[in-house]
Design a protein around this ligand. Sequence first.
Ligand SMILES: [Zn+2]
Ligand SMILES: [Zn+2]
Length: 376
Amino acid sequence: MRGIVFTGTEIVCTDALTVRDPEPDEVLVRIEAAGVCASDLAVTNGKIAGLMLTPFVMGHEGAGVVEAVGAQVTTVAEGDHVVLSTIDNCGRCAVCAAGRPTLCTNSRLGRAMARRALAGEAPGPSDFPQPFRLHGEPVTAFANTGVFSERVVVRESQAIRIDPSVPFTSACLIGCGVVTGTGAVFNRARVYRGDTVAVVGIGGVGLNVIQAARIAGATRIVAVDTNPAKEAFARRFGATDFVDASAHDAPGVVDAVHRIVPGGVNFAFECVGAEATMQSALDMTGPGGSVVILGVAGLDATLTISPFKLYQDKAIMGCRYGSSRVADDIPRLVDLYLKGDLLLDELVSHQYPLEGLHDAFADLTAGLLARGVLVP
Ligand SMILES: [Zn+2]
Ligand SMILES: [Zn+2]
């Protein structure tokens, strides 16, 4: 079958890929659409290069149709339309039972990332499933998924059944950008009606933070980006204000936000992954405010802050995958889409064939996309 493999040095589109049959707790899914996320680029040549074991099949935002299920699988059946999640949570450990499956202690990627964060250890083969073969050699799946291919094998907990009326090109985005951005608002920050919000970095995640803040009832939603062309996207999704960060230095950007929301915002969402924007996000918050960091920082990045800046009950929060309970959150997001509150079709600004990944990366880097989607 066809798929896109990162060898460690180059991105190769091949038709010599195979995927094994599902184990008893796994599902075989035919991919119908796959989102191109900034992490797909960052893991090959950017900030998180080295996070994954190579070679790996790229892609982690997918939707498709279940083609086969293992003997123990009960939540999906052949023919179901599914959104894929990167969280291979076990459903049985203490954190799963506490409703925090993104922190599952039996998740392979979660374990590897925790060790990397605590001890700086690089990943090993036991950290990653290798359901694919290329010319007989095992190939890893990026983020437990590997959806830049015609078929994937994932754990049952990663395949969430959805209403078949949702187009695959829209549904696929739920699996990373949408759960991450909306979950940060609904699950991690818990934005309430009347709160004020700043969103720094208006890419695929930032747009979803904006629309979740709108759905939650935030009264001011200030979008901040260095690309003034993002203003139209931001306002379409619910931003009430836009700050063109290219027109100011960093203190000027913070001042602009404070002029819109005197005293500072309740929540600032950092969706860039850079120390400077994390610093600015903290300065945008008012007393009692919180920063939620969604941007993926480089593996060696360091954040230096004055503890005095936290004195007025401020907080800085990490957030993985929208702190989502995917089995519950994804059907809720689909319901919000079907009701017309959550915009998904509008996110899909460009579509490409599988061979078009390089074009998609070029357009992503140039800031031309709301979101680009590969259709295998
Ligand atoms: Zn992603
Ligand atoms: Zn678990």
